[in-house]
Design a protein around this ligand. Sequence first.
Ligand SMILES: [Zn+2]
Length: 231
Amino acid sequence: MPFFTSIYSDLLELILPRYCSACSIVLQTTEKHICVFCLYDLPLTRFEFYKDNPLHRLFWGRVMLQQATALLYFKRCGKARKIIHQLKYKGQSALAYQMGFMLGLTIKNSPVFEVPDLIIPVPSGASKTRSRGYNQCTHIANGLADATNSHVREDLLKTGKSKSTQTRKGRYARYLNVKDGFILGPWGNQDSSVLLVDDVVTTGATLESCARTLQEGGFSRISIAALAWTS
Ligand SMILES: [Zn+2]
């Protein structure tokens, strides 16, 4: 970095300090969104190293998936929870992109995970999108696509009808709530392998419903990837 650019960056950091999204300490000039200590301390699942991982098993008997992976374990008081909160409720789209890029690198370097042809972000409910102004899954998908040289198709899967909030609902109630809640947009080659992208998997009801919609549209090679899994 040129000398004057470095001084300018240092002054900017002094006036407008940036904070780590996981531990809230002030970031150094070279750090982006997450400090180096938190990056080394992230609760990685390493699910990309084996096919029959616990997340994949969550969908057994529910919907046929080729592969499933999540980057982080989501704990009630952990770093993953803080990161997800920032990108989900604080509108930190650049953080969502960075985390998506990290997830994409794990898939790209996986010995078992196939790099998909198309990446589909889980659509946000229409009312949620309006209130937050953006869909965090789209930014995660964009980072993932850049890491794997894949394409994002945001128009392929859309919310078919408005949904009530899923908070405090059990797995079956959530399934009924989102069942048939998605519709397929115009699609081309159904032989394409597709990867559904979500931020956090809890019961898997939303991803299950999305995958079913794609299957009913003729897609057979469907995988899922999420930033975090609530084990
Ligand atoms: Zn940190």
